[in-house]
Write a protein that binds this ligand. Sequence first.
Ligand code: TNX
Length: 452
Amino acid sequence: MAVMILPYPNEITLSEKRRLLQESDLRLEHDDAIEPEGYRLEIDAHDAVLASSTDAGRFYGLQTFRQLQDADGFVPLCTISDAPRFSWRGFMVDSSRHIQTIDEIKAMIDAAAAYKLNIFHWHLCDDQGWRIESERYPLLHTVGGWRDGWGFGNPNPEKYGGWFTKAQIREIVQYCADRFITVVPEFDMPGHCSAVLKAYPALSCTGESCDVNTEAGVFSNVLCAGKEETFDFCCSVLEEIMELFPGEYIHIGGDEVPKDGWNNCPHCRKRMQDEHLANAEALQGYFTTRIARFLRANGKTPIGWNEVLEADLAPGEIVATKWWDPKGLCDDFANRGGKVIMEETRHVYLDYNYQTTSLRQSYSYDLLPDSFTDEGKRNVLGIEAPIWTEWVEDFKRMGYQVFPRLLAVAERGWTNEPQDYAGFKARAEAQRDALGARGIEMAPYAEWDPED
Ligand code: TNX
């Protein structure tokens, strides 16, 4: 008998027998011996028990129960003993390049929760738009939230943009909490800051105005790392962000920072001299360290894209997201005690087309490669997959890009010995209707593995 559970449970014995059972028939038990986020489901002819040590574990047991139940309400008699392989099972949504509605964000969160993901990394600002309402710096959203019309997927000449109000953000944070998902907000700095600098040009090296970008790419509009105002600004905005997002983690970006402007800037040059920094890479290290320490002083754990490691940071300074790391900086960092999240382009960049990143490639992502020592492997927190939205203009497109590949991510993050690929594909296809009911249209089966 095929059971279409996804992610596949770590220990499961199943009987051919089935019985009619409602969720409300489950006897809920507390069992301290079960791992956090783990659960045990025991369904026999007379009894049905869902045991866990935490509310999250109970929630995950319920997700499994729902997948076990057929359309008539029957479930197989079974014993399932299950707990996640990794504590970090994340998905990232870019709301800058294109913005989503609150209902669309919620649909993604619901789907993620059903497959036991527990982190929503929310990329809320970039060169193409700032999306967080700010009271201290209102031009961030009222000016930085908009870009000129036409192009970049905007079919009309009206300005494109918008932002999430504080009330909406609180609503999403609560929505996630109800589903045992932690929201990790990102304020990407010091690069990818055109929207910030459109609103507050004085924070750039030259002080010259720039536009919120209407194209994809890497732009030279970076925050000045010499001026004290930059740090005052970033920390002040982060205080507002911390007020909105109660979770432990704040992502501070740090990716793709062109250094030409810094090298030619008297403020940055003075900073390098005063702080005995050998070059602009070291200046980014100074920038990262200062912001990271500010966050830690406020009880938060900072995260940065792997470029922050170009500056040789101590393992305790920051958590690194490994996305494009040809030099293996993250591996070395983990081997020295730093924490790393696995998020590599060729396996889990959900904005890439299926020709570039097939479902098979996502499913075969090795999260603990041998470039990590045993200690390094222990420092891998888990997996995350981003949907960058330069070319994802609407929710239909998002569904196509994200599913089924996010299902592979969910299984990689949860299951110790991921199942055979053919079996996984069958279980992924079996999610089509459930996702459809959430308004998410998965990519057609024939497109998942163009090479096969
Ligand atoms: C690189 S991933 C970026 C993003 C783009 C993405 C497109 C990362 C830290 N930076 O700004 O959206 O590639 O795939």
